[in-house]
Write a protein that binds this ligand. Structure first.
Ligand SMILES: *Cc1c(COP(=O)(O)O)cnc(C)c1O
Length: 814
């Protein structure tokens, strides 16, 4: 593997090059440029270096036989890149000094960068951490995704309510990307399939008519730590295939009609869809899925034919791996078949062998409502030729299904792709893949036992676990400079490349000086966050209080409702019993709800309404405060995680596939207050149960309870009129209605569905766990030690480790 030199020799060399770039870009003396101009120029300079590095290594790789991995994902939540790339290139100090010599503050430039919202949350952020880790590990790993014109909405809070504002992330331009029109791909939707036959009786099919769209790639360089390798993320944008401007309509004043050809095509990459609650079945979403699959595969095949002209198709899986993240790229299997058979002339069996050896699949959810399905009619009308492949894959699957196993009819019904008028995308993904993985040990067990049980019985060797991970560079190195510096001063900076080295910190469990320094760093991070919270919300919070943090998408199963019920009950208890003094705590909650998910949005309104009451009640606000931080995104996440004392991971057991904020918070020294769900299980195992606070019903208890059918939420409510009973009443009795009214919908869903997410069932155990955990904060030494146990054992959750496991177990790299 090549090592590159530092991209800048020294601060002077950097400043010289930077000044030239800046002045050429803006056309002004550097002293007259705005901070935004200065940021744009710095980002462009780094991107140019990275692009050149990519070009060099790409031409070398063409000659090598190194396998390339293409990671297909509809979301990449990259976050700001500048600080990360300076760290990865090892030039942060050089650049900072060079800028300072010009009178420019690097931190101010870093703060200029936007935060492209090309993902919803955990799934998109995972994909971004994987890009970082593939490059750091020297793997040729390329992202393939969509370049949405508008990212996920920005969240404002008005009268406690979430208000969605368009995310116009491209308004200042995106200096990291390069458009490559020469690599465009034409993609056809609709029309009809035409059969052709020659004199020898050979026949073939083409898809004619319909709508032709041009997929245009924009490439973003991905810089690996140590500058060892630069990879690339390719994002596709939709444009009209032909300029069909209607001049007559324009002259008649009908501008919309004149440009309709353009708006119809561009609509495909216009906006990212929210992931939760009833957003399925939209034809535009299906178009997005096909566009990025078809364009991505076409460009892979084009490169393969160029790079490996002599190798033949049988060796395709030796040089190419295609990883499908969740079911959004599920059409990869059928589309690769179509390309190999229709376009390249292979026979079915050879193409099928190649396809299944190439494709692998990661499942991300066990929620039945989240398993993607499309009506056959919709699918067939939009993608008539592709549908024939799906149909044939399904027909052969059904035909070859073993009839000598128990309950074969039921198993076939559960695993077939086409059933009941629908295309079942998870089944399509499993059938076309050689590997199926879950994202935490518990999640994979549930997949094998429940969600994909029949597939597991048919082919157990396909299934494996790959516990998620996070980038230690971004989420410790960039996010927590004071803790990073402390760690590096003791064990060196090897942990940035190999996070397992964090275990060397176990030498400091009894080192008072180190533990105090750790606390001082935590306090510094809390001061930094308190300043941000004040700016954003006007709420003043005390850095000397416990920071109790739950930040993630809003969803019923993630149970932000349970968290706020806890806060309400502490408030109630303080009013009832003036001698009760909880440990001084700031409850920090942040996250977006899908715009159509009214229950989740009502929980946001409840939290803000409770905050409004508590923060303005002098009887309690020396002890408790609530801060809802608007617009949760990667950039403010990086301020929040390092400031947390308590990591709230309180999903209903069995529902959270893995979670990754649990890992980020652990690595920043927060103690998990959580259920035994997702990767919390592995966190508790690695750091030690005694260093976390675990509560609540476990998966097997919940399954047994549901099977018995003997849980009645009303009984629990009635038995505890002052605790959970009072919280439930307060949803509708006006206590928190001052800001914008009562919460009847939450009440109705909660009590009308017998507490489906077991908020009421877990309430008592949760409040008690919180009480014990916060009481234990008084023993600072013990707390610091537990925090250090978390940091020292968090190396396992580096996405570098996850990626190495994908590389050896799934992608066949060594
Ligand atoms: C890590 C991260 C998430 C995932 O959080 P979970 O608690 O694991 O769901 C979501 N959004 C952002 C911005 C993140 O950085």
């Amino acid at each position: 593997m090549r090592m590159i030199d530092h991209i800048f020799e020294n601060p002077e060399a950097f400043a010289h090059e930077y000044r030239a770039t800046l002045e050429a870009l803006v056309g002004k003396d550097f002293r007259d440029c705005s901070a935004q101009d200065q940021y744009q120029a710095l980002a462009q300079l780094i991107a140019r270096k990275a692009n050149r590095e990519f070009a060099t290594s790409d031409s070398e790789n063409k000659k090598s036989d190194k396998k390339k991995i293409y990671y297909f994902c509809l979301e990449f939540l990259l976050g700001p890149l500048l600080d990360n790339y300076l760290l990865n290139y090892g030039v942060r100090d050089t650049v900072k000094q060079g800028l300072a010599d010009m009178g420019i503050d690097l931190e101010e430039l870093i703060a200029q960068e936007g935060d492209p919202g090309l993902g919803n949350g955990g799934l998109g952020r995972l994909a971004a951490c994987f890009l970082d880790s593939m490059a750091a590990e020297g793997i040729l790993g390329f992202g393939n995704g969509m370049r949405y014109h508008y990212g996920l909405f920005k969240q404002k809070i008005v009268d406690g309510r979430q208000v969605e504002v368009t995310d116009n992330w491209l308004d200042k331009g995106y200096p990291w990307e390069t458009k490559h029109p020469e690599s465009s791909v034409l993609v056809r939707f609709g029309g009809e399939v035409v059969r052709h036959e020659d004199e020898q009786g050979h026949y073939w099919f083409t898809q004619e008519g319909g709508e032709l769209v041009k997929a245009v790639p924009y490439d973003v360089p991905i810089v690996g730590y140590g500058g060892k390798s630069v990879n690339r993320l390719r994002l596709w944008s939709a444009e009209p295939a032909h300029e069909d401007f209607d001049l007559d309509a324009f002259n008649a004043g009908d501008y919309a009609k004149a440009a309709k050809f353009r708006t119809d095509a561009e609509a495909i990459s216009e906006i990212l869809y929210p992931n939760d609650a009833g957003e399925h079945g939209r034809i535009l979403r299906l178009k997005q899925e096909y566009l990025f699959v078809a364009a991505g595969l076409a460009s892979i095949i084009r490169n393969y034919k160029y790079d490996h002209a002599d190798a033949g198709w049988e060796r395709f899986p030796d040089f190419v791996g295609i990883h499908t993240n969740d079911t959004h790229p599920a059409m990869c299997g059928a589309e690769l078949m179509r390309l190999l058979v229709d376009e390249e002339g292979l026979d079915w069996d050879a193409a099928w062998d190649i396809t299944t050896r190439t494709i692998s699949y990661t499942n991300h959810t066990v929620l039945p409502e989240a398993l993607e399905k499309w009506p056959i009619e919709t699918f067939r009308r939009l993608l008539p030729r592709l549908y024939m492949y799906v149909d044939e894959i399904n027909r052969r699957y059904v035909e070859s299904f073993p009839r000598d196993i128990d309950n074969w009819q039921e198993k076939l019904r559960n695993t077939a792709i086409l059933w009941d008028g629908q295309v079942r995308m998870a089944n399509l993904s499993v059938i076309c893949s050689h590997s199926v993985n879950g994202v935490a040990a518990l999640h994979t067990e549930i997949l094998k036992r429940e969600t994909l049980h029949d597939f597991y019985e048919l082919a157990p060797e396909k299934f494996n676990n790959k516990t998620n991970g996070i980038s230690p560079r971004r989420f410790l190195g960039n996010s927590n400079p004071s803790l990073s510096a402390l760690i590096t001063s003791k064990i060196g900076n090897g942990w940035l490349a190999d996070a397992d080295e964090l275990s060397k910190l176990s030498a400091y469990y009894d080192d008072a000086e180190f533990l105090d320094a750790m606390s001082a760093s935590k306090r510094e991070n809390k001061v930094r966050l308190a300043k941000y919270v004040l700016e954003q919300t006007g709420v003043e919070i005390d850095p000397d209080s416990i920071f109790d943090v739950q930040v993630k998408r809003f969803h019923a199963y993630k149970r932000q409702l349970l968290n706020i019920f806890k806060v309400m009950s502490i408030y109630n208890r303080m009013l009832d019993d003036p001698s009760y003094k909880p440990h001084k705590t700031t409850f920090i909650i942040s996250g977006k709800a899908a715009s159509a998910y009214t229950f989740a949005k009502e929980v946001i309104r409840l939290i803000n309404s409770v905050a409004d009451v508590i923060n303005n009640d002098e009887r309690v606000n020396d002890y408790i405060k609530v801060a809802f931080i608007p617009n949760f995104a990667v950039s403010n996440a990086q301020l929040i995680y390092p400031a947390a004392d308590i990591s709230e991971q309180i999903s209903t057991a069995g529902k959270e596939a893995s979670g990754t904020s649990n890992m980020k918070l652990m690595m920043n020294g927060a103690i998990t207050l959580g259920t035994l769900d997702g990767a919390n299980v592995e966190i508790a195992e690695l750091a030690g149960m005694e260093n976390e606070k675990i509560f609540g019903l476990k998966v097997d208890q919940i399954e047994a309870m549901r099977a018995r059918g003997d849980y009645f939420a009303w009984d629990v409510v009635n038995a505890d009129p002052n605790g959970i009973g009072r919280c439930v009443r307060q949803l509708t009795d006006g206590t928190f209605a001052g800001l914008s009214g009562n919460f009847n919908q939450i009440y109705d869903e909660l009590m009308g569905n017998n507490d489906y997410d077991l908020v009421i069932a877990d309430f008592a155990s949760y409040v008690q766990a919180w009480e014990e955990l916060t009481t234990s904060y008084d023993d600072q030494r013990s707390w610091q030690r537990r925090a250090l146990h978390n940091i020292a054992n968090s190396g396992h959750f580096s996405s570098d480790r996850t990626i190495r496991e994908y590389a050896t177990d799934i992608w066949g790299l060594n």
